[in-house]
Ligand binder design. Structure first.
Ligand code: ADP
Ligand code: ADP
Length: 226
């Protein structure tokens, strides 16, 4: 099963993916997390991506596509994937379609578009704190950890992303409007898009998403022979 979480930076894709991927029995695949891991490990891919990320620009399509495709081929993704942050351009979406229909599986089952207004997105990004170990994200006001400054899961000290500062965040939103929003039409035209109101409590957003996705997970696990 292949699912996509679509939405602007700060819409809550990562937060929701962490809550639902296990329940759905698929791997959470975050392109941003994969890049940050490569940067931490000083790999050639990390070195290439770093400049683009710091400026709030997209990493070139060819680089992202090859990273995600090789990840989708790993054992971790054998039961499918919940894609978070990929695709972000029409070229990436076309490459994903080409790979899924020819190799990995029978295509994308659903695209969940988490909609949030721009001013709220900027507020969320400026108050976001991340766990360096597991990537969980918190908000100092809207979604605080149980103990201030520490991850609920890992107890590690949280950090703020360099690209979440206001000027870079504004640039990322502009990039989203120009390069990623066309994907809404792209997937709507394929009847795959479901819009979810992202401006509710985290738990309520989750309920709305699971209402759409649970039947898909159920279908998959039905026995083939009655
Ligand atoms: P994305 O992965 O789409 O960029 P995140 O999941 O990292 O977004 O969430 C961005 C910020 O907003 C984080 O600080 C997170 O704690 C907070 N957040 C996520 N969902 C909600 C929500 N429903 N209401 C308020 N804040 C939220
Ligand atoms: P957010 O969800 O807050 O936008 P991400 O962690 O998904 O942040 O992405 C951080 C940065 O990583 C992006 O600003 C971009 O530079 C790079 N990146 C992540 N995914 C992609 C992608 N699919 N295509 C191009 N660049 C990407």
């Amino acid at each position: 099963m292949y699912l996509i979480l679509l939405g602007a930076p700060g819409a809550g894709k990562g937060t929701q993916a962490k809550l639902i991927a296990d329940d759905l029995g698929v791997a959470h695949v975050s392109s941003g997390d994969l890049f940050r891991e490569n940067i931490k490990n000083n790999t050639p891919l990390g070195l290439e991506a770093k400049g683009y990320m710091n400026r709030g620009e997209l990493v070139p399509d060819a680089t992202v596509i090859s990273m995600i495709m090789s990840h989708l081929g790993t054992d971790a993704c054998r039961r499918g994937a919940l894609l978070d942050g990929f695709p972000r351009t029409i070229a990436q979406a076309e490459a994903l379609d080409a790979a899924l229909y020819s190799g990995f599986d029978s295509g994308i089952q659903k695209v969940i578009y988490i909609k949030v207004e721009t001013e709220e997105l900027l507020n969320r990004l400026s108050g976001r704190w991340i766990c360096p170990t597991c990537g969980s994200s918190y908000h100092e006001v809207k979604n605080p950890p149980k103990v201030a400054g520490l991850c609920d899961v890992e107890s590690t000290a949280l950090y703020q992303r360099e690209d979440d500062k206001r000027s870079t965040a504004e640039n990322r939103l502009q990039v989203y409007f120009n390069q990623t929003m066309p994907l809404i039409e792209f997937y709507a035209a394929q009847n795959l898009l479901v819009e979810i109101n992202g401006q509710q409590e985290v738990e309520d957003v989750k309920v709305d998403i699971m209402e759409v996705l649970t039947p898909l997970a159920g279908e998959r696990s039905k026995p083939l022979v009655a």
